[in-house]
Ligand binder design. Structure first.
Ligand code: NAP
Ligand code: F7E
Length: 343
């Protein structure tokens, strides 16, 4: 896939000029869904990608002729300033982050740099280039952590339980601070877990759907998991990117919880996924203490009333449909890989 060299963009615009959006983290799960959604809405879509010796653009392969990619890195302030002044987006969606919670204990400083300070670098670039650019920050239910209150709302106090959660709290407050200090239209979306067939295979939903497909098709024997009692409020990523866009179309910037309002345990997830292919999960699943976390988050469930009332947002895919969608997609992919003798 080609990556654009820096070019200075004409700043003159007519009312027919399409809206321009810049997505950091466009190669990730949410970035791919958001890029598709914005293209459907008639946007000119730009994506920030970091340099790697092996390109991993699988999630956006199907739209590559319709988006423009630019090299920059959350660690490199000047690269972000240059990118924003070249593209001159109307909207910036900051989705890039080190997003896997267990890695945040292994690499707490890097997680702080990407997931925390990276937000300030994007906001600083907006402040320098054009404070009229609207900004979305990908905040997380992990900020609530060891919470007392259930369900969690925009007013629930934060108690993060991982270096990732701590970095996201910083990202949230710096977004609020730049809104209040510089009058930037900056919104923080406090999104609860959202999944899809494009979810990374290290996250529990995809780890389970992939294993169920492989066990069903005879290329895997068992599945090792950590805490089966952990509960999450799981929604569908395709629904959640719509909420990100809606936040930036309002008259005033604000922060919103985005969630389904229902929680399920990892055990429920496993049971649903194995049942879908007619297998008894208890014959295949074992637990491994090495997969337990140093500090767990047990009762995350969001209340998205504010988003429903102000944005008109509600989720469309329920949890059982999401699990079936993910298992079906993995069955199809694993079968294809077996036929192509990749497995
Ligand atoms: P993801 O699949 O892990 O994608 C993360 C993206 O960030 C990838 O495109 C990655 O690029 C990019 N990235 C990481 N470090 C970077 C750096 N230094 N410079 C530039 N790009 C970098 O995550 P996701 O599930 O789509 O989540 C999107 C955002 O929402 C993240 O900020 C995440 O923390 C947050 N969030 C996610 C959820 C959820 O349930 N999915 C819930 C709440 C909040 P590479 O492809 O090069 O690795
Ligand atoms: O874990 C339990 C694990 O890694 C969910 C990120 O997108 O959502 C995500 O973070 C639960 C945890 O997601 C395994 O202990 C059991 O309680 O799928 P996960 P996460 O940590 O909730 C939030 C909102 C984000 O912001 C993050 O970026 O599942 N669990 N056994 C397991 N988890 C994994 N990964 N692997 C297991 O074997």
């Amino acid at each position: 896939m080609s990556i654009n060299q820096p070019v200075s963009r004409q700043k003159s615009e007519s009312k027919d000029t399409p809206r321009r959006a810049l997505i950091t983290g466009i190669t990730g799960q949410d970035g791919a869904y958001l890029a598709e959604f914005l293209l459907e809405m008639g946007y000119e879509v730009h994506g920030m990608v970091r340099r790697s010796s092996t390109e991993s653009f699988d999630r956006i392969e199907h739209i590559h002729g319709h988006i423009e990619l630019h090299q920059a890195d959350l660690l490199d302030q000047l690269s972000i300033i240059t990118l924003i002044s070249d593209v001159r987006p109307h909207e910036v969606y900051n989705l890039a982050a080190q997003s896997f919670v267990p890695t945040s204990w292994l690499q707490p400083l890097l997680t702080g740099e990407f997931t925390g300070l990276g937000v300030t670098r994007v906001l600083e670039a907006i402040r320098l280039v054009d404070t009229g650019i609207r900004f979305y920050q990908a905040s997380s239910s992990e900020m609530f952590g060891a919470v007392d209150e259930e369900p969690q709302t925009e007013a629930t106090p934060f108690y993060p339980r991982s270096p990732y959660g701590v970095a996201k709290v910083y990202g949230h407050w710096i977004t609020v601070n730049y809104r209040e200090s510089y009058d930037i239209f900056a919104c923080s979306g406090m999104l609860f877990n959202h999944e899809s067939p494009r979810r990374g295979k290290e996250f529990v939903t995809r780890k389970v759907s992939d294993a169920v497909a492989r066990i069903k098709l005879g290329v895997q024997d068992s599945l090792s998991l950590g805490n089966l009692d952990a509960a999450r409020d799981w929604g569908y990523a395709g629904d959640y990117v719509r909420a990100m866009w809606l936040m930036l179309q309002q008259d005033k910037p604000s922060d919103y919880v985005i969630a389904t309002g229902e929680k399920h345990t990892v055990r429920d997830l496993v049971e649903l996924a194995f049942n879908h292919v007619g297998l008894d999960w208890q014959k295949y699943v074992c637990t491994d203490p090495k997969l337990l976390r140093p500090a767990e988050v047990n009762k995350l469930r969001g209340d998205a009333t504010k988003a429903r009332n102000e944005l008109g947002w509600r989720p469309e895919v329920d949890f059982p449909s999401l699990v079936r969608m993910m298992v079906d997609a993995d069955l199809e992919r694993v079968e294809r890989e077996i036929n192509e003798q990749k497995l």
